[in-house]
Ligand binder design. Structure first.
Ligand SMILES: Cc1ncc(COP(=O)(O)O)c(C=O)c1O
Length: 399
């Protein structure tokens, strides 16, 4: 656990009114018109201010006062390359990096470029719901390779993956590493096994690794493409500082592609779609984050770990609500099946009795039925109150 001083310095305990700006997390569109009193634990961003150097860099840029067309600042890609090397032992060249507006656009571009209409793209539910939408909206077929849930832990089903990957019109997999919503940080052996199967069957790996920096003590995020050239040449790696530094509305994403042919294809597509404009705020924010944000990140992870510890301790005493032990991210995955409620009943109970606004487990695929994804990237106080409310609500359920 980190000393309280570092954490105090960053005021993670400060409650900031997010309604002062049109924040999605507390917007009526997400929590409902009458949802102001709820524990807003749905949308995946944190309630913490960005690292001070990021705010300062943006202030500085604002004061310049001129916001015409700009290039990518010279320091940005080297800062990213250094970050990946120092934090994840992943050595890349800046020429292998393309800027994308965000991860979802990069996922869509990958699908439209490297698969044809009607082709299959594999996903591993329970998994980030937008994967399903991106695939369907691009007129591709969702091919499900559900994770296996056993004794409170998730693992990949490789027999099923091999079968699905071997089908001739299955061309791509969206890997989620670390895996939203279950907070799993995939181990090297798992990534290798997945990489081998995909290579054998000509299935391109699109690795969404945007949660890679938010990993708890005792676990290690391994970028899929860092494992070997064989894997990286069959992969598009999507990374972003959005979650890491809580700057989702003010940053871009990056696609790392070591294979020159694929990289050129994405470059041409980016140009065709004109997704190559630069936002000066995003650029200075990202550069400051990569060069000066590490101490803030360390403190943020420590604060999140303590939030998880509190949830673990309290849920351990609340019947019918099981925490699936997270290894990273600020999202926890809670199994409410023990309450014995039907799906709609469960979410009505969570909202109306416990005052929790969560993301329904079934949004992540049918395997998520009876679960909820809960965002714990908020003040400790908020979590304490939410747990008190949950405990009283569940008490009220028992006859
Ligand atoms: C795994 C994952 N991928 C992509 C996104 C969305 O990323 P972006 O906002 O950059 O499109 C999210 C946001 O929650 C996510 O969790």
């Amino acid at each position: 656990m980190m000393g309280t001083n570092a954490i105090d310095k960053y005021s993670f305990d400060e409650e900031i009114d997010r309604r002062e700006v049109p924040a999605l997390k507390v917007h009526p569109i997400v929590i409902g018109e009458d949802g102001e009193h709820l524990f807003a634990a749905g949308v995946a961003d944190m309630d913490f201010k960005a690292p001070p150097p990021v705010i300062e860099a943006m202030q500085h840029r604002l004061e310049h006062g001129l916001f015409g067309y700009e290039m990518i600042p010279d320091g940005l890609l080297p800062a990213l390359v250094k970050w990946l090397d120092e934090h994840h032992n992943w050595s890349i060249d800046k020429s292998e990096v393309l800027v994308a507006p965000n991860i979802l656009t990069a996922l869509a571009i990958a699908a439209s470029l490297f698969t044809d209409e009607g082709d299959g793209i594999i996903v591993q539910p329970p998994v980030f719901f937008d994967f399903f939408d991106v695939i369907r909206e691009n007129h591709r077929a969702v091919i499900e390779n559900p994770l296996i849930f056993e004794d409170g832990h998730y693992r990949m089903d490789f027999d099923d993956l091999e079968r699905k990957a071997s089908s001739p019109n299955v061309k791509m997999i969206y890997l989620c590493n670390p895996h939203n919503p279950i907070g799993k940080v995939w181990e090297v052996a798992t990534l290798q096994q997945l990489g081998d199967i995909c290579e054998r069957h000509g299935v391109l790996v699109v690795a969404d690794e945007m949660h890679g920096d938010l990993v708890f003590s005792g676990h290690r995020y391994t970028p899929f493409a860092s494992l070997s050239k064989k894997y990286s040449d069959n992969c598009l790696s999507l990374i972003s500082p959005a979650k890491t530094f809580n700057i989702a509305s003010c940053c871009s994403a990056f696609t790392v592609i070591t294979d020159e042919v694929k990289r050129k294809a994405v470059q041409v597509e980016n140009s065709r779609l004109s997704v190559n404009k630069n936002n000066p705020y995003a650029n200075v924010a990202m550069e400051a984050a990569f060069t000066k944000g590490a101490p803030w990140l360390k403190a943020a992870i420590s604060y999140l770990e303590d939030n998880v510890a509190l949830v673990r301790e309290r849920l351990g005493r609340i019947p019918g609500a099981e925490l699936v032990e997270p290894e990273g991210t600020f999202l926890i995955w809670v199994d409410f099946n023990g309450l014995g409620l039907e799906s709609d009943e469960l979410y009505a109970f969570l909202r109306n009795e416990a005052h929790w606004s969560v993301t329904r487990g079934k949004s992540f695929g049918k395997e998520g039925m009876g679960f909820a994804r809960v965002n714990i990237g908020c003040t400790r106080e908020k979590i304490r109150t939410a747990l008190d409310n949950l405990e009283s609500a569940i008490d009220g359920l028992t006859p």
